[in-house]
Design a protein around this ligand. Structure first.
Ligand SMILES: O=C(O)CCC(=O)C(=O)O
Ligand SMILES: [Fe+2]
Length: 445
C-alpha cells in the first residue's frame, strides 16, 4: 500500500503563519478539554481523542470487515471518529472555543466528525427515515411525477445521477427551498428556484421540514463553534447563511448486483465533494459511506474544476461505520474556499452493500446570492494564519453559480437543466441582483 502522509497542522506552501507554534494534530491541547471558568453550561466533546489512545482511523491499518458492514469488495481503514455533544447555543465562552478548536482538529485530521443526537433529534430522524421509506416504496410512476422543471427538487431515479460521467445507482428525493410559483425569484426565472414537488398523502413534507429545521439550527451551532475555534468574530461565517440555500438529499441505495458494488452497473455514488459549508448526515445501520481525509499533496478546488471521480479507486479511503444515534459532519467546497484550504472539502463516495441502505444528507449552505470571500486572518489555538500576502486576487465565488454548475453537470438530461438552457436563464447568475445578498446581511460584497 502506498504510504500517505497526513498534514496534521503542517503548513501548506501558500500559508503564512505568524507565531508558529505547531502542535501535533493528534496531541489534543489541554485547552480542548478545559471547562469554562465558573460556567455550568459548558459543553465538552463526549469522547475526546486521548493522545495516549491513538485514533484507529489514523493507524493506517487496512481492515477487512465482516459481511454486512463495509460493502464487499472494498478495502479501507475503519474510521473511529471524534464524537461531540453540541451545545444548544454558542455564546463564545471558553468551552465553545475549546470545542471549536477540537472540531477543527478533527476535520483537519479525519475530514469528518460525529455529534450525538438528542432524544428530540432521534425522533425527528426516525420520522424523516420513515417518510423516506414510505416514499421509495411508492410505485415508480408516482415517484416519477415528483419532478419540477424549475427547481432541482424531487425524484431522481436510480441511474439518473451522473458523477464523473458515470451513472450512480442511488435513488434520491432532493429537497430544495420550497418556493411557490408566485415567489418573485421564481417569477424572474432565477436558476434552481421553484417549488419542491412533494409526494402527496405520505407526510413527507412535514417530516422533512421539521428534520431540516432542526439540522439548520445544528448547522448554525457548528458554524458558531468553528468561528470560535478559528478566533473569528461571531458572524464571520454565519453571515453567509442568512436565508441559506440549505437542502437535503433523501437517499436509498439498492442492494448491490454481482459487480461488487463498483463500476458502471453497481456504484452507489462516485467520489465527489459537496458544494457548500457543512454536510450533516444520518445513515441507517447497513453501511456504505467512505471519506478521504486530507492528505498532503491532494489539493482539489471543486468550484474551479470538478473534483468528481478523484482517487476513486486509490488506497487511503476511510470507511464510516454506522454509529447509533450520531450525525456525521463533513465539509463542503465553500468552507474550503473561505478558509483558503485550512479546512478542506471532504471527498467521499458510497459503495452498494448486500442490503439496501437509507441515508439522509442535509447540506448547510450559504445564501444562493452570496459571493463568498476567503477570510484573511484567523487562528487555531496558538497558530495564527494569515493570507494577506497570498490571498487570491479574485472576486470571490458566487455560491448560486457553483450550485447551479454542480446540478447541471449531475443531471444533464433533467427537465430542469433543459428548461434552464432553453430559456437562457444561466446568464442571470452573473447579474448584480443575483450576486449580491442583502447588504445588511453581508457587508463588502
Ligand atoms: O450516502 C451517504 O452517506 C452520502 C451521500 C452523499 O454523498 C450525497 O448525497 O452527496
Ligand atoms: Fe456527497
Amino acid at each position: 500500500m502506498r504510504s500517505l502522509t497526513r498534514p496534521g497542522l503542517a503548513r501548506s506552501a501558500s500559508y503564512q503563519f505568524k507565531n508558529v507554534t505547531v502542535a501535533l494534530a493528534r496531541n489534543m491541547s489541554t485547552e480542548a478539554v478545559a471547562t469554562s471558568p465558573g460556567s455550568a453550561v459548558c459543553h465538552l466533546p463526549t469522547s475526546m481523542p486521548a493522545s495516549a489512545a491513538p485514533n484507529p482511523s489514523l493507524s493506517g491499518t487496512v481492515v477487512k470487515v465482516q459481511k454486512g458492514n463495509m460493502p464487499p469488495g472494498f478495502r479501507a481503514t475503519v474510521g473511529n471518529f471524534d464524537t461531540f455533544e453540541l451545545p444548544q447555543h454558542v455564546t463564545g465562552c471558553a468551552g465553545d472555543v475549546a470545542m471549536g478548536r477540537a472540531i477543527i482538529q478533527a476535520w483537519r485530521r479525519d475530514g469528518i466528525l460525529q455529534f450525538t443526537m438528542t432524544p428530540e433529534q432521534k425522533r425527528l430522524r426516525d420520522a424523516a427515515f420513515s417518510a423516506s421509506k414510505r416514499f421509495f416504496k411508492l410505485p415508480y410512476q408516482e415517484k416519477a411525477r415528483c419532478v419540477d422543471d424549475q427547481s432541482y427538487a424531487g425524484y431522481i431515479a436510480s441511474g439518473e445521477e451522473i458523477t464523473d460521467g458515470v451513472a450512480d445507482y442511488s435513488e434520491i428525493f432532493t429537497v430544495t427551498k420550497d418556493l411557490p410559483l408566485e415567489d418573485q425569484r421564481v417569477q424572474a426565472g432565477w436558476p434552481c428556484h421553484g417549488p419542491c414537488p412533494w409526494p402527496t398523502r405520505i407526510g413527507m413534507k412535514n417530516a422533512m421540514k421539521a428534520y431540516m429545521d432542526e439540522l439548520a439550527r445544528c448547522g448554525e451551532v457548528l458554524l458558531g463553534l468553528t468561528e470560535a475555534g478559528l478566533g473569528l468574530e461571531p458572524g464571520a461565517l454565519t453571515k453567509y447563511t442568512a436565508d441559506g440555500w440549505h437542502h437535503s438529499r433523501v437517499l436509498r441505495f439498492p442492494a448491490r448486483h454481482q459487480t461488487n458494488g463498483k463500476g458502471k452497473e453497481g456504484r452507489g455514488i462516485g467520489s465527489h465533494t459537496d458544494y457548500g459549508l457543512l454536510v450533516i448526515s444520518a445513515q441507517d445501520n447497513v453501511g456504505g459511506l467512505f471519506v478521504r481525509p486530507p492528505y498532503q499533496g491532494e489539493d482539489y478546488a471543486n468550484w474551479k474544476s470538478s473534483a468528481a471521480g478523484m482517487k476513486e479507486n486509490d488506497e487511503g479511503w476511510v470507511y464510516v461505520p454506522p454509529q447509533d444515534d450520531c450525525f456525521t459532519v463533513i465539509l463542503g467546497d465553500m468552507m474550503q474556499y473561505l478558509t483558503n484550504s485550512f479546512l478542506k472539502s471532504t471527498p467521499h463516495k458510497v459503495g452498494l452493500n448486500n442490503a439496501e441502505r437509507y441515508t439522509i444528507a442535509y447540506f448547510h449552505e450559504p445564501n444562493f446570492q452570496a459571493v463568498v470571500k476567503p477570510i484573511e486572518d484567523f487562528s487555531n489555538g496558538d497558530q495564527s494564519v494569515s493570507f494577506h500576502e497570498d490571498a487570491e486576487q479574485d472576486n470571490g465565488v458566487h455560491y448560486g453559480t457553483h450550485f447551479t454548475n454542480m446540478f447541471m453537470r449531475n443531471y444533464p438530461d433533467r427537465i430542469t437543466t433543459k428548461r434552464l438552457i432553453e430559456e437562457n436563464r444561466y446568464p442571470l447568475l452573473a447579474t448584480k441582483e443575483l450576486c449580491t445578498m442583502d447588504a445588511n446581511r453581508v457587508e463588502e460584497l
